[in-house]
Design a protein around this ligand. Structure first.
Ligand SMILES: Nc1ncnc2c1ncn2[C@@H]1O[C@H](COP(=O)(O)OP(=O)(O)O)[C@@H](O)[C@H]1O
Ligand SMILES: O=P(O)(O)OC[C@H](O)CO
Length: 501
């Protein structure tokens, strides 16, 4: 029998799908990535075609395995991580989605959220789900699809339609027996799941008018959920044995296994998660309480700060303003500026997420003079990632009582050495970039590998973690606090400009 030497991770993100084969030592044996279309049917709306997502996953799987010259018989298990709140509804008989996937960034349910707030549902949402009422989460997206697709509500009531986040959509399509499942971390992002009692919440289903029959069964993150279809892309039965939302997967991939350990992923947005152990810490400072994972029969929680715009602001400099040839050029521009000269950029393109939660505000630039150079402009945009992260970590410290000394970081934008050093300086904490830059896929692989005995335990995984570079804070306290005070003024001015005020 062929030795099973690899775990395959599928990292289904907002802008691209990746398939990565890892060996026992965590070395990448094969990798493939494919972007897919971002659909903007109306201003502020973001959708994906679920068939295109599935096709991108299937083709990257084939490509990664071909590149690595790995046969399906050598794959011990498959882990899936996904872009979390993005919502799909499909017909259980035909497998056809009844609408595009409504993406986490999409604001098309802002009106539903406003109504829910007016009806006084804030407290129950907060208490049961650890979230707050915002278009970001799946529940109102699902309600919107049921309300807008003709006949959908009646079909849902007859049990013909299924709801899922992208993990469920992929699992249903890749599994031989059409398994309709999710993990508790993804369920915790739907606005319909009680994170304390760990079950779908009937009261919230009633508020959102969602039939329970549509919902996936909720499982742990690390167990054999299903097997791939022998007539599918693998032509073999392989256990699908790890599922996690991408940010939870990254927390696991960084080996943040102890309470107080935190990571930040600098991708399209920034997502800061701090492990709070078996205690679900309620936030009084604009953070989310969420399930980190259920592994080995133990459920652990996290505090999360979700920042909606980070790397996408660099994309805007590149594609929108055409100031950059490539995103990485932002580093040399920023370094040439020497200082930001009192210029601040607040990247509220789709409102502000944690800790402000104001979907009505829009982006702003402050402190411009006739002498403001392109270098300073770009530097101010990069610095905004660090300031937003400090806002979230200040809230985390207030909620948890833990002052962070080290932040583990991953994602495209923190490959920028300027941004990494500035982040350490503004936080007055060290920032570590792991050697394995694919923390999300690695986390999904770890969860799958633990389920099938590919790795023994978390200790073995933690021992494998290697740091590529550690950035120590080196800014003096007076300058740091003066800079941060300027940012806070810029945010206050941005909020004040909004019509809601
Ligand atoms: N060297 C860099 N400096 C600044 N930003 C970068 C750099 N490299 C990539 N980015 C930004 O990071 C994002 C890509 O990171 P990635 O982790 O792949 O994001 P996602 O998984 O959300 O698609 C893009 O928005 C890009 O603009
Ligand atoms: O796909 P990413 O990396 O942009 O992450 C998306 C987040 O999980 C949304 O909550």
């Amino acid at each position: 029998m062929t030795e099973k030497r690899y775990i395959l991770a599928i990292d289904q993100g907002t802008t691209s799908s990746r398939a990565i084969l890892f060996d026992r030592r965590g070395t990448v044996a094969g990798i493939a990535q494919r972007e897919f279309a971002q659909l903007f049917p109306q201003p502020g709306w973001v959708e994906h075609d679920p068939r295109e997502i599935l096709a991108s996953v299937q083709s990257t799987i084939v490509e990664a395995m071909t590149r690595a010259q790995v046969d399906a018989s050598q794959v011990a298990g498959i882990g899936i991580s996904n872009q979390r709140e993005t919502t799909v509804v499909w017909d259980r008989h035909t497998g056809q989605a009844i609408h595009n996937a409504v993406v986490w960034q999409s604001r098309q349910t802002a009106g539903i959220c406003e109504q829910l707030r007016r009806d006084g549902h804030d407290a129950i949402v907060r208490e049961r789900t650890g979230l707050l009422i915002d278009a970001y989460f799946s529940g109102t997206k699902l309600k919107w699809i049921l309300d807008h697709v003709p006949g959908a509500r009646a079909r849902a009531a007859r049990g013909e339609l299924l709801f899922g986040t992208i993990d469920s959509w992929l699992l249903w399509n890749l599994s031989g027996d059409r398994s309709h499942l999710t993990d508790c971390g993804n369920a915790a992002r739907t606005l319909m799941y009680d994170i304390h009692r760990r079950r779908w919440c009937p009261d919230l289903l009633e508020i959102l008018d969602v039939p329970a029959a549509m919902l996936p069964e909720v499982r742990s993150n690390s167990e054999i959920h299903a097997h791939t279809a022998p007539d599918g892309v693998f032509a073999r039965r392989i256990p699908i044995c790890g599922i996690a939302g991408d940010q939870q997967a990254a927390l696991f991939g960084h080996a943040c296994f102890e309470p107080g350990m935190a990571k930040n992923t600098y991708g399209t947005g920034c997502f800061v998660l701090m492990n709070t152990g078996e205690r679900a810490v309620r936030s009084d400072n604009g953070l989310l309480t969420t399930i980190a994972w259920d592994v080995d029969g133990r459920v652990e929680y996290a505090l999360e700060g979700s920042i909606f715009v980070a790397g996408s602001a660099i994309q805007w400099l590149r594609d929108g303003l055409r100031m950059l040839g490539k995103a990485s050029d932002s580093q040399s521009y920023a370094e040439r500026a020497h200082s930001s000269e009192g210029v601040y950029f607040v990247p509220a393109f789709v409102g502000l997420g944690a800790p402000y939660w104001r979907s009505d505000v829009r982006g702003a630039m402050f402190g411009l003079t006739r002498g403001t150079s392109k270098e300073v402009f770009i530097r101010a945009v990069l610095e905004s990632l660090a300031y937003q992260t400090r806002d979230v970590l200040e809230a985390m410290q207030a909620d948890s009582g833990i002052a962070l000394r080290v932040l583990s970081a991953d994602g495209g934008a923190i490959g920028n050495d300027f941004a990494a050093q500035f982040q350490a300086d503004i936080l007055d904490a060290a920032l570590e970039r792991p050697r394995n830059s694919e923390a999300t896929a690695w986390g999904a692989a770890c969860l799958a590998g633990l389920a099938v005995g590919f790795w023994e335990d978390r200790g073995e995984l933690a021992a494998q973690r290697q740091v590529e570079r550690r950035f120590e804070p080196r800014m003096d306290a007076q300058r740091r606090e003066a800079l941060y005070a300027g940012w806070k003024r810029a945010v206050q001015a941005t909020l004040a400009f909004s019509v809601e005020d």
